[in-house]
Write a protein of this length. Structure first.
Lengths: 365, 365
DNA sequence: GTGAAAGCGCTAACAC
DNA sequence: GTGTTAGCGCTTTCAC
């Protein structure tokens, strides 16, 4: 029976083959690769040449057996299909590649159990782990970080190094923006209940709103996708405000769609703000005003911190490492229609707040 | 100096520790895990319990040293930030996870050299490789497939197993759709010149057009993103047709934007069709008519084929494995405005084809 | 500087 | 069924 899975396995060239061909001891070959300098320049050179001519490839696996690092990093993302995580993966991949590390990707599919399973499987082979949008409990993560270096993204856990965007300032900027446009009451459309980021965003918004003398309330949780947003729009319409900030862009886009579908104008009647600044935010009509998180940088920064730890730096576990956010203003936000003051643009405010009645009668059908 | 990178490395529990605690030989412990059934039920049970109580974790690395499989698969994508690949990764990850395999992700960043480097690094540690959107040459890939099982996605290479969507039928359906709407001339907006898929799509379209007695021409190449599409719109406008099919959705969305920006109506004046059916295709206004590729299934199917090969099936290298596509009709396509017949919807055809003049004068500014 | 020997944790032959 | 022995490819003592 022909074992044909990938040709006839031409047994890979080992360190011994090279040693024999070069007329030196295997240990010398090993040194020539791992600790050049501890071997005479000429010898090293010769070994190298013979090695390439023989097609020798050092085996990362065997190298790692004696407890040495594997130069692999596990990156666990909550949902690889989510563009936010795709961008983070990209950043991480770049940073890891630059330093000669390889990324082992695990997709938790928004599921705590799958996440654990994936980590279980990959943990032994990696030098460290980056958790992006983990759904695991703080204690589980803290436990894990006792065994291998761990960096957590978009979340803050005491005693575990974290990288996250500046939620506080981001939401603050969004609230200010809405305040400047004359909005006085803001509804926060919540994402997954299990999401640490969701809690954080809401608390940040509430704090900012208080400082700015705005009212803020929360509805949800909703699934963090477009359909979830459409759903949210229905709930929202029962008790509307003139401004909405959503957990993320997908949700915000869904809210806009839902509202437009009910005949509510955006931003005429309701202004909507998202979070993340995904590609689609720019493409929808109206363009979505949103808080942009530095996704790519986050991924890269997480890897950088992790590698520092892996390579022996003291675990920098003080304050979370916070990355700047910025508000991207597009068409989904505009002047409030209530206030007498405000720079309302004529026609936009024409219907005042009467759409609430319209919605009510519609949803009562 | 305190080595603090990840706590005080509590030396992992080995198979020997378990053996000692259980009062059996190490090989028995090994068997209890790898080949249960060859060990007495009671013993196996006891060993398992002791193992978990001791917190024993089998080390995939050491296991792989003697030439055994690593249960890792490398997935090389052209661009992880591209939603198309994100969906493929998702499908692959699921299929791999189900079978107990772990995915090693490498992002080629649309660059042939980086791709090679990434493969170089990960090849020794994996049981096989899936290439998604590879920019490498056919011969390089064929070479590689001599060393390790390889499956190629979205591309057909003689003697290498391939998985790809049914480009021919997909483009054929798109052409039919446009034909039915009365369009007679179609412009294909090309993507990256190095992309095999681009060539394939264009050839498929040309063939379909010929059969359907439609005229088809190609412009490009353009970068396969929204900006590239805007660019393409400018080129296109110099010599417009009433219908456009773009290499992918991002490009198509860009074309629509570009046209709208010039005052050209979509689909009133020009109908636009994309390829892939990414999330944003549904969100833009007008919604993008597009050929949906079964991205998720592609990823999963590639892994399935690869694992079959890895586990010893004869390399199935006859015809590429083709997955069905389907046409998703949305708002970006509508009746042609030229033909006298056709079910043109009044107002939409009012301006006839006069916009060409409009565009000319604008772009002449 | 370089060689010889002793493992890393695990599995695969052999024995018993 | 289970214990014993011999490695996998590489690194790392310890000699010389």
């Amino acid at each position: 029976m022909v074992q044909d899975g990938g040709a006839d396995a031409p047994r890979p060239v080992t360190i011994y083959d090279v040693a024999r061909a070069a007329g030196v001891a295997p240990s010398t070959v090993s040194r020539a690769f791992s600790r050049p300098g501890r071997v005479k320049a000429g010898t090293a050179e010769r070994i190298r040449e013979i090695a390439v001519s023989l097609g020798y490839r050092t085996s990362p696996l065997a190298r790692a057996v004696p407890g040495a690092p594997t130069r692999m990093i596990a990156l666990v993302v909550a949902d690889i299909a989510n563009p936010v995580f795709a961008a983070i993966v990209r950043g991480a991949q770049e940073a890891a590649g630059e330093r000669g590390y390889v990324l082992l990707l695990a997709d938790a599919q928004e599921d705590d159990r799958q996440e654990r399973a994936a980590i279980e499987r990959s943990l032994p082979s990696v030098d460290g782990v980056v958790l992006a949008g983990s759904r695991m409990s703080d204690s589980a993560i803290r436990m894990m970080s006792k065994q291998k270096p761990v960096v957590v993204l978009n979340r803050s856990i005491p005693d575990v190094p974290c990288v996250m965007p500046d939620y506080a300032r981001g939401l603050r900027r969004a609230a200010e923006h809405l305040g400047e446009l004359g909005h006085e009451r803001i509804t926060y459309v919540a994402g997954p209940a299990a999401s640490w980021a969701d809690g954080m965003r809401w608390r940040s918004l509430r704090a900012a709103a208080a400082e700015l003398h705005l009212a803020a309330r929360r509805i949800g949780p909703f699934p963090p996708d477009v359909d979830g947003g459409v759903l949210a729009a229905a709930t929202f319409a029962a008790q509307p405000t003139s401004a909405v900030i959503a957990y993320n862009d997908q949700l915000a886009i869904g809210v806009v769609r839902g509202l437009l579908g009910m005949g509510v104008r955006v931003p005429g009647d309701v202004s909507v703000v998202g979070f993340d600044n995904i590609l689609a935010a720019e493409l929808v009509t109206p363009g979505l005003t949103t808080v942009a998180a530095p996704l790519h940088t986050e991924g890269a920064e997480a890897i950088r911190h992790l590698l520092a730890m892996v390579e022996g730096a003291p675990t920098h576990t003080g304050q979370p490492f916070v990355l700047p956010t910025r508000l991207v203003v597009r068409g989904s936000t505009g002047p409030s229609s209530h206030p007498p003051g405000g720079p309302g643009r004529g026609s936009r405010t024409a219907r005042g707040n009467s759409w609430q009645l319209l919605v009510r009668s519609r949803s009562a059908e």
